[in-house]
Design a protein. Structure first.
Length: 254
């Protein structure tokens, strides 16, 4: 198994600082994107804690597989799914504790999407409205489901395209790291195929660039760094209302 990875983040066209962070950990076949919130740079701190905690947990469990985990294993999930979810739960606790310890960090939080490859499987874990897709044979598929108020409305009742576009609380997310001392982490598995390209992104990309346009851009070039730049450029050309981050990971079975 071999994984090619590229990542890129941009402040966007409307913000004066970047609250997104991303992680690429080649030795662990791990990558993630975190979109911080809270303002006054605390969102940036929350997203940085998230990626650092996840990286540290993976390094620790890789070098010492007998290490004691701070959370119980979920018996409905396998080892790799539990490992990914536990790393995110640890990140949540660290962010929550920091927010509680200092008033200037009160209310800070972050979304997170993470991707881990092992034994030809791609494991995706997420909290919030940052997304993971995979691009296979010219078609883009969404893996994650947004933890957002808009998505809750969409599941409860069908909205017209006009109602979706005019929805007044598009940016409200119903689940994020740092909100509470515990968090529910969604984990999905995808059986990876040769040449699959996985896209992890903050809503600065998915909220500005429609899925069909992302699919077209990914089909234009096989160079991951170039594709990252083109996706970011498309978000900024559409208005760049938010920080925008994407990571692309191509799976090779060899």
């Amino acid at each position: 198994m071999r994984i090619e990875v590229a990542g890129y983040t941009h402040v966007g066209m409307k913000r004066n600082h970047n609250e997104d962070n991303y992680l690429i950990l080649p030795d662990e076949h791990l990558c993630c994107v975190a979109d911080g919130m809270g303002g006054h740079a605390s969102g940036e701190i929350a997203s940085k804690i998230a990626v650092d905690e996840l990286a540290e947990f993976f390094r620790m469990t890789s070098s010492d597989q007998e290490a004691t985990w701070p959370f119980k294993m979920d018996k409905t999930r396998n080892y790799d799914e539990n490992r990914l979810a536990t790393g995110i739960k640890l990140a949540n606790k660290s962010i929550f504790d920091k927010a509680c310890s200092d008033l200037k960090f009160k209310g800070m939080g972050t979304t997170i999407v993470s991707l881990h490859f092992t034994n030809n499987m791609a494991y995706v874990a997420h909290v919030g409205d940052s997304r993971v897709y995979y691009f296979r044979q010219g078609v883009l598929y969404q893996v994650t489901e947004d933890h957002s108020l808009l998505n809750d409305y969409l599941k409860a009742k069908k909205l017209t395209q006009e109602e979706i576009e005019n929805f007044p609380h598009k940016n409200v997310i119903v689940r994020a790291l740092g909100m509470k001392d515990t968090v529910q982490v969604d984990v999905t598995r995808v059986e990876a195929q040769e040449g699959d390209v996985f896209l992890l992104c903050s809503d600065g990309l998915s909220g500005m660039v429609p899925d069909p346009q992302m699919q077209e851009l990914l089909g234009r070039t096989s160079e991951l760094e170039k594709a990252c730049s083109q996706l970011i450029d498309a978000a900024n050309a559409a208005g760049g209302n938010d920080n925008v981050t994407c990571v692309l990971a191509r799976f090779h079975a060899d």
